[in-house]
Design a protein around this ligand. Structure first.
Ligand code: ATP
Length: 495
């Protein structure tokens, strides 16, 4: 089995061809940074979100979720610092007026990291290396700041400006007190959210990697300000190995907090348990000048995309910055009463795992994509929990009414339990290939013998192994197969 590396553009083509992702409004020429998810993409995306929510919210005692609004009181974004400081560095072409993100332009042209460079430093690099406009080769101006928040207005009154949220985190801080009281949470605890975020990125690119509308899965994990070194769950991950590149190795900085280590390992584990390859991940600490305005320390979980090691997930130590800001701006007390010391305390967010859903989508697609030379087709080896469609039901022939009817009966039963598809067009080989390419985990074929012995053939996507089982046992066998049991052990092999 060969696994050629797809480029990001080739992945975009594959996703479009197979019904995963389309450029938004393509019939009107599309719109940069916006994508629509097709009939398979929406299932994969929902499965990713469902697995994340199950692992990090439902299966934990210390994390609860919320679903905040996309447009909210703009004071939130003033308090959080986004109005003043949520900016990227932009450079204009003085000839054609095209705009580029200065840091990525320099990284692309000079192949050097720009993390931590000041605006003056970036301008100097552009001048010194005579970097020109990539579109028309015109001269570039000075580097300036550009705020990434989309603005809108509320109601019919002019001037009531608002923003589309650029991150989900702030809604968690603003609702902090209500959630803590109503869910009766005791420190340390987390509040999670999955939802849309919007950023007016200067140069959206690399397909789903840098979009203007995307989704985030985030947890704000609150700890007692005097117990920041404690992590009650560290033993769960103590032997877990990660590929780490610390700021100390890059320049100079402090070591990882236990809670940071715990969440990094847990997030990495989540990806690996859902089928991603551990060797494609590494952990990188932000160097001092790279940190966001709210962060004391940040560690990124990075993935080796075809265009290099890039941030997959950011895990920041936001301290008590956000709660304090909201206390000051809203004049509301968001502190908690500490029973031990009988004092009011403001919890710290020592770690905020923040994951883009679409970047996770890319990881699972890249790691699942295999071209099988002997089959002469792609086999999309998605974990069964993620596969958009788990089971394909195929009547061996499409022109025999009793075989088709029997197959429909099997399909009607199986679709009560899993996402299934019914396919009777083309040869059986063609149908298997189509199923492989879209990640269908198992196929069930109904043939002439089924009419006699009530048995069907199950085929494994990954091994092509086939077994014969009774229809009465089918649901049980498929359940076990999807939980990882070997197909060969559960029925009579078919040659
Ligand atoms: P980058 O440095 O790549 O711009 P960031 O540091 O601004 O990312 P965060 O603010 O930490 O990103 O956002 C948390 C996560 O949200 C990121 O790790 C990423 O998975 C996702 N994300 C951020 N911006 C985008 C985007 N424009 N398109 C898709 N996903 C994004």
């Amino acid at each position: 089995m060969d696994k050629p590396k797809l480029t990001i553009d080739e992945m975009a083509v594959f996703c479009k061809r197979k019904g995963f992702v389309y450029p938004s409004a393509e019939i009107y020429g599309g719109i940069a940074g916006f994508y629509d998810f097709g009939h398979l993409g929406v299932e994969l995306k929902n499965n990713i979100k469902k697995e994340w929510w199950k692992t990090f919210v439902q299966q934990r005692d210390d994390v609860v979720g919320i679903d905040g609004s996309i447009i909210t009181n703009p004071m939130i974004w003033k308090a959080s610092g986004h109005v003043a400081g949520f900016t990227d560095v932009l450079v204009d072409c003085q000839k054609c007026n095209s705009r580029f993100r200065a840091d990525t332009l320099i990284e692309d042209k000079l192949k050097i990291p720009t993390a931590g460079m000041t605006m003056e430093g970036l301008s100097a690099e552009i001048k010194e290396h005579k970097i020109k406009c990539p579109k028309c080769s015109g001269n570039l101006g000075d580097v300036k700041k550009f705020n990434l928040m989309f603005t809108t207005s509320i109601g019919p009154v002019q001037g009531s400006a608002a923003y589309l949220r650029p991150e989900t985190a702030q809604l968690i801080f603003a609702d902090f007190r209500l959630v803590q009281e109503n869910a009766r949470l005791k420190l340390p605890f987390g509040i999670a959210q999955i939802g849309k975020a919007f950023r007016n990125e200067i140069s959206p690119r690399e397909f789903l990697f840098r979009m203007r509308e995307f989704e985030q899965m985030e947890i704000e994990y609150f700890v007692h300000p005097e117990k920041q070194d404690e992590c009650p769950f560290i033993e769960d991950v103590i032997d877990y190995e990660l590929n780490v590149l610390s700021a100390e190795m890059q320049k100079n900085k402090k070591n990882m907090e236990k809670l940071h280590a715990y969440w990094l390992a847990s997030m990495h584990k989540w990806f690996v348990e859902l089928g991603a390859s551990p060797e494609h991940f590494r952990i990188r600490q932000h160097v001092k000048d790279e940190l966001s305005h709210y962060a004391l320390d940040t560690w990124d979980l990075e993935y080796e995309f075809p265009f290099g090691w890039k941030e997959l997930q950011g895990l920041s130590n936001r301290t008590d910055f956000d709660l304090k800001q909201h206390m000051e701006h809203s004049k509301t007390d968001l502190s908690l009463f500490d029973e031990e010391t009988k004092k009011k305390i403001i919890p710290h967010v020592i770690c905020e795992p923040s994951q883009g859903v679409e970047r996770a989508f890319l990881v699972f697609m890249f790691d699942a994509y295999n071209y099988d030379k002997s089959r002469e087709n792609v086999v999309l080896k998605l974990h069964p929990k993620l596969s958009p469609i788990k089971i394909g039901v195929f009547p061996l022939v499409s022109n025999k009414a009793d075989v088709v009817k029997k197959a429909r009966g099997v399909y009607d039963e199986l679709k009560q339990h899993w996402a299934c598809t019914f396919d009777l067009s083309g040869s059986i080989g063609r149908r298997y290939a189509r199923a492989d390419e879209t990640g269908i985990y198992a196929t069930v074929t109904i043939d002439f013998d089924t009419l006699e012995d009530d048995s069907v053939t199950i085929r494994s996507r990954d091994t092509m192994e086939q077994i014969r089982v009774k229809i009465s046992e089918l649901k049980d066998v498929l359940s076990k197969f999807m939980e990882g049991e070997k197909l060969g052990k559960m029925g009579k092999g078919v040659g």
